[in-house]
Ligand binder design. Structure first.
Ligand code: CP
Length: 306
């Protein structure tokens, strides 16, 4: 299998630390006086998105350009997939044009893993169904480390539509490898008991106040309506029980940070007051997405970090 990045579950601590260390070095490259690097000059990256994206797709593209690579972005809606071409044929077609890596988002859990077994081109998973979103977990860890000295021992509350969330899964895998205490919180249909088996020590609760009690980090999740056949809750009811509001922040410490992978639905899982508050690091997460994806592209596209 070509070396790519398919998930966090299969990485060890040293590999994760290596990505984070390199991403830290790239953080300063977001400054307005940033000079483009030529680390990946002559390399070609294909961004192939079968699901919508704003943050992931754009930041992969920016990251590649900052490293000097050429990029092509393809949305499934504008490709021959709409004419009935299969996933394997689409990927083989793109691979025949000899890109150095393919970034791929797909609604089917495991799609990039399946393709990685059949292609020589490295594949970077930009989100596969309800399974993993590895670069999101890396950028989340980088953001937490901008505000906290270490991941070890942190209490992280992940709240919302856990069952459908690839972000939650990748974060649980990453944070548990570093000894963080993880509390998953959501309504019963979005938090089946099996999720406690995701990693040792994961705790489940249906009570948002219990989840945020003593939390260093509160990570809110979007309700993934696109992965459900019927709306499980009217938005108002969901917000009443699981929406993060200013009164919740008064129950937490002053240094508790609020995260959200985006896109946020104001008034459904988070209030505008909280999303725009000083506690919110949501836009820091977006900014760190570029640094993390620079680190990932540098490694996957065959250039060793110094
Ligand atoms: N967090 C995230 O994956 O956002 P996008 O869907 O906009 O890429």
């Amino acid at each position: 299998m070509a070396p790519g990045l398919l998930g966090i579950e299969g990485l060890d601590r040293a590999e994760i630390e290596s990505y984070l260390h390199r991403a830290k070095a790239f953080q300063s490259h977001g400054a307005s006086n940033f000079k483009k690097l030529d680390t990946l000059r002559g390399k070609l990256l294909v961004n192939l998105f079968f699901e919508n994206s704003t943050r992931t797709r754009t930041s992969f593209e920016i990251a590649a350009k900052r490293l000097g690579a050429d990029t092509i972005s393809i949305a499934a809606s504008g490709s021959s997939v709409t004419k009935g071409e299969s996933l394997v044929d689409t990927l083989n077609t793109l691979a025949a044009m000899r890109p150095h890596a393919i970034v791929m988002r797909h609604s089917a859990s495991g799609a990039p893993h399946f393709l990685a077994r059949h292609l020589e081109t490295p594949i970077i998973n930009a989100g596969d169904g309800m399974h993993e979103h590895p670069t999101q977990a890396l950028l989340d860890a980088l953001t937490i480390l901008d505000h906290k000295p270490a991941l070890e021992g942190l209490r992280v509350a992940i709240i919302g539509d856990i069952i459908h969330s690839r972000v939650a899964r990748s974060n649980v895998h990453l944070l548990s490898k570093f000894g963080a205490q993880i509390v998953l919180c959501g309504p019963a249909p979005m938090l089946p008991p099996d999720l406690a088996k995701l990693a040792p020590g994961v705790v489940l609760t249906h009570d948002i106040r219990e989840a945020i009690d003593g939390a260093d980090v509160i990570m809110m999740l979007r309700v993934q309506l696109e992965r459900q056949h019927e709306t499980p809750f009217p938005p108002g009811d969901y917000f009443r029980f699981y929406g993060l509001r200013p009164e919740h922040l008064t129950l937490t410490r002053q240094d508790t940070i609020v995260m959200h992978p985006g896109p946020i639905n104001r008034g459904r899982e988070i209030s505008s007051e909280v999303a725009d508050s000083k506690r919110s690091v949501i836009l820091n997460q977006v900014e760190n997405g570029v640094a993390v994806r620079m680190a990932v592209l540098e490694k996957v596209m065959g250039v060793q970090a110094a």
